[in-house]
Design a protein around this ligand. Structure first.
Ligand SMILES: [Zn+2]
Length: 234
């Protein structure tokens, strides 16, 4: 999960939030949001959030262009109408178009993140759900070498419950994501093995792995890779 620290809200969003007709708390949040979205409200939000998230999905950390993305309300707008136009409740998450995605994937249980079935239907517990806007949210998760995400060993019983719930709601341990994470973690280990004894090249590898270039991470799953490769960083 990418820890998301919002900066100043985009102009059009702030304007809409302060609309005196409904004071930013629409009666029909879905309809109000889709009107705003269609009237070019999305562009500014994309431009602000892409660099803040380093071009990765806020939940699964895939590259945003891998499956396309949408503007995700971290807490549901239909359950919380006053958060419909609240910048700190917005993030970018895959996928853009579920139908296209389903056609491409053989495994039909692999829709994750903001459009995962439980998240999309708001079948989740807000008190347990871990939000990317929580400080140090990512330290609650542990990235296993087989590609699975688990709970950090130091977590309290309550945090363990929260991790379990969040992983289920976002479907972050679907086969597709496990496979993709495992593949990229192992690839990195291979490279580290090859570069042993070449400290300069190894440092260059870590720079490319962990640092943003033009506000974007070059590779997906940055926190999984950090957890694994940091041990080798001198
Ligand atoms: Zn995602």
């Amino acid at each position: 999960m990418i820890e998301l620290k919002h900066d100043d809200p985009p102009h059009k969003l702030e304007q809409r939030k302060n609309n005196p007709n409904d004071n930013g708390t629409p009666e029909n949040p879905r309809k109000a949001w889709s009107n705003f979205y269609r009237n070019n409200g999305k562009q500014e939000i994309h431009e602000k959030l892409i660099p803040l998230q380093g071009d990765l999905c806020v939940y699964c950390e895939n590259k945003l262009d891998k499956h396309g993305f949408h503007i995700e309300h971290i807490l549901s707008k239909t359950q919380n109408p006053l958060l419909t136009f609240e910048y700190s409740n917005l993030s970018l998450s895959c996928v853009s178009d579920e139908k296209k995605f389903k056609d491409k994937e053989i495994d039909d249980n692999s829709i994750s993140c903001g459009h995962a079935p439980l998240k999309k239907t708001n079948t989740y517990n807000e008190n347990l759900f871990i939000k990317p806007t929580e400080a140090n949210c990512n330290s609650l998760f542990s990235y296993e070498i087989n590609g699975k995400i688990g709970s950090n060993n130091n977590n309290s019983e309550f945090d363990k419950q929260r991790v379990e719930h969040t992983l289920e709601v976002l479907n972050l341990n679907c086969y597709r994501l496990i496979r993709e994470r495992e593949e990229i973690i192992l690839q990195g280990y291979e490279i580290i093995k090859e570069l042993q004894g070449e400290p300069e090249l190894l440092n260059h590898f870590f720079e490319l792995e962990f640092e943003k270039v033009n506000s974007k991470y070059l590779f997906p799953f940055v926190n999984a890779r950090k957890e694994h490769y940091s041990l080798f960083k001198k």
